[in-house]
Ligand binder design. Structure first.
Ligand code: PMP
Length: 363
């Protein structure tokens, strides 16, 4: 049998591990921070009709510029009035924000260049760095996984990165990130500063997000996704907002027609129902806050979270707890932090079952 090491693979990929969230068929999947509420039936009908219409043109390549989708994403980001208007010329999209992030590193990272991240953070950031031949360099965090302007700026000065990845709120810790830290990192750096806001919709209502920092900052990029609050993970649609010049740079590295006509049609149709798609966000925030209270009551040490998941410490044997939950058909995530596990806030019934199984383990 041929093994990977027998192949003429790139030297810098030897010994690397692929993205590893286990995919198992379980009744209660609280492991990859999806929205566990299904898409409302009226939206399913609307998306299905849009995809059917798109199928009539599927003999042709799709709109390479995904014009209609960019208009809808622009309208979505600009709705509500809290953030500045983000025009369609400031929008980029791809098959999940993972691909958006890959485009950023293909254009602004690459061999001989460095991207700075602040672990523990989203595992794909360093994996995409490896895939694009970008050196992954790291900075420290402050107490409770926070990141103050001083600490972040010190890391920028020490490593002089071409790209900085910030994650707000941070995965896997849930930790909020202050706009002061983002602004300070931007001032201190010469490169692209990307804020991964995959979980932005779960932040407290009315809280300013990184979009508010975009005006006048042409090296700032804010990435988002329809995979979390929007309940559209299986459709694969991520996007970013940035200066139009950044979008021009991304056109240099994307494959032509990277967003299929069916994906574009489905995403546009879902965005036409944005308020319906997002109506579970309040309920999910409630379950997250319930997890924070109840996990502490059970003797664990949950960390503050502005996302749709909770990282909790005080787990004496994470592997045993993980396995015990799995025996009850509940899948959560061991993110590799000693004595910690991470759980996604599910429906009220899912959260109840998770807490009940844990409580019976720790009487
Ligand atoms: N960024 C963060 C912080 C995430 O947690 C995730 C998904 N786990 C992603 C990006 C990628 O999401 P997607 O590719 O589905 O948009």
């Amino acid at each position: 049998m041929t093994s990977l090491s027998d192949l003429p693979i790139r030297d810098d990929l030897r010994g690397q591990t692929p993205y590893g969230a286990p995919q198992k068929a379980v009744r209660i999947a609280l492991n990859v921070n999806e929205n566990t509420h299904p898409v409302p039936p009226e939206v399913i009908a609307h998306v299905a009709a849009a995809v059917e219409r798109a199928l009539h043109d599927v003999n042709r390549y799709p709109d390479r510029e995904f014009t209609l989708l960019r208009e809808h994403l622009s309208a979505y980001l600009s709705a509500g009035g809290a953030s500045p208007i983000v025009g369609p010329e400031q929008i980029w999209a791809a098959n999940g924000s993972n691909e958006v992030i890959q485009h950023i590193l293909q254009a602004f990272g690459g061999p001989g260049r460095r991207v700075l991240g602040f672990p523990p953070t989203y595992s794909m950031h360093s994996i995409i760095a490896a895939g694009t031949g970008t050196a992954w360099v790291t900075g420290e965090r402050d107490a409770e996984f926070t990141l103050t302007p001083d600490t972040a700026v010190a890391a920028v000065r020490r490593t002089d990165p071409d790209v900085v990845f910030l994650c707000a709120p941070n995965n896997p810790t849930g930790t909020p990130l202050g706009l002061d830290t983002i602004a300070a990192v931007y001032e201190a750096s010469r490169g692209i500063v990307m804020v991964d806001e995959a979980y932005a919709e779960f932040m407290p209502a009315g809280q300013p997000d990184a979009l508010s920092l975009l005006p006048g900052r042409e090296r700032l990029v804010v990435s988002r996704t329809m995979s979390k609050a929007f309940a559209f993970a299986g459709a694969r649609l991520g996007y970013l907002a940035a200066d139009p010049a950044v979008i021009d740079a991304l056109r240099l590295v994307r494959l032509p027609y990277h967003l299929s006509g069916l994906t574009q049609a489905a995403a546009v149709a879902a965005l036409e129902h944005a308020p319906t798609m997002l109506r579970t966000v309040g309920a999910i925030r409630e379950q997250r806050d319930r997890l924070l209270v109840e996990l502490a009551r059970l003797g664990f040490a949950p960390h503050d979270s502005w996302a749709n998941f909770v990282l909790f410490g005080g787990v004496s044997d994470p592997q045993a707890t993980f396995e015990h939950l799995l025996e009850h058909d509940i899948l959560i995530r061991d993110v590799g932090l000693p004595n910690h596990l991470r759980v996604t806030a599910g429906t009220p019934a899912e959260t109840t079952e998770f807490l009940d199984v844990l409580a019976r383990m720790n009487p």
